[in-house]
Ligand binder design. Structure first.
Ligand code: SAM
Length: 234
């Protein structure tokens, strides 16, 4: 899908929302707990932070509830492809900006980049690989990139209006790529090939990630959640 059509589609989706998308509970608990919470504290003063795919409200809006001292940090950026999402974002200390993070992440280099459930929203494995390079370039040496991605399992199943192309690991809605869903070892391979050190890598089988927007209740066939923390080598 070309970037303009993707942006238009996302703009349309955000325009149709009646309220801000809430913070993803799994991402919140990942950030709030060990080891990420402890690893982030020393990075608070080491350089700017950003969230990729922040939607219309960055999780960093949670401030000190999320991480002690976060509310004092002024150099936090929230990026999203949708300009409508950025317009809807709160006026706060987070600096929101429209950006296509698969091509360029502005305002860096960062000591911490959070993936706000963005990476599995790309359209193909080559695009994911290219984007990992963009992310690495936007990090300071020793900086961290953390997030959650959808991963496949033996009992994967999908809503009737979705089609999963097993060959390319792309989930489609009508003719549009919706999500990339890889096996854990494929994610691991991509992270290694992009030159990151894998500092944390855990498949949370108990957390199901809903691949479409039309449903709020998770089902047992939904993709599982893979949590990762990657470090850019010095
Ligand atoms: C699944 S939503 C997550 C939104 C929010 N972070 C949350 O956790 O609810 C993924 C977000 O990534 C954004 N996105 C998709 N492709 C993008 C790109 N190439 N650059 C920046 N943002 C992108 C979408 O607009 C969307 O807001």
């Amino acid at each position: 899908m070309d970037p303009t059509s993707k942006k238009n589609l996302l703009d349309e989706q955000y325009r149709s929302l009646t309220e801000r998308v809430g913070v993803a509970p799994s991402l919140y608990s990942f950030l709030k707990n060990s080891p990420l919470n402890e690893w982030l504290s020393p990075l608070l003063t080491d350089g700017p932070w950003c969230e990729l795919g922040c939607g219309n409200q960055s999780i960093f809006e949670e401030g000190d509830q999320l991480l002690s001292g976060l509310s004092l940090k002024k150099d936090i950026f929230g990026f999203d492809l949708s300009s409508v999402a950025i317009e809807q974002a709160p006026h706060s200390i987070i600096n929101y900006e429209q950006a296509d993070c698969s091509h360029l992440i502005p305002k860096g280099p960062f000591s911490f980049i959070l993936d706000g459930h963005f990476l599995h929203c790309l359209s193909s494995m080559p695009e994911v690989f290219q984007t990992l390079g963009v992310i690495s370039n936007a990090l300071l040496p020793g900086g961290l990139y953390a997030g959650e991605v959808m991963t496949s399992h033996k009992s994967l199943s999908f809503d009737h209006d979705l089609f999963f192309d097993h060959q390319n690991s792309v989930l489609y809605q009508e003719d549009r790529p919706l999500r990339i869903i890889l096996e854990a070892r494929e994610w691991e391979g991509l992270f290694n090939d992009a030159g990151f050190e894998i500092a944390f890598f855990l498949c949370q089988a108990s957390i199901k990630m809903i691949p479409c927007r039309d449903r709020t209740q998770a089902m047992s066939g939904d993709p599982e959640c893979l949590r990762f923390i990657l470090r850019k080598l010095q």
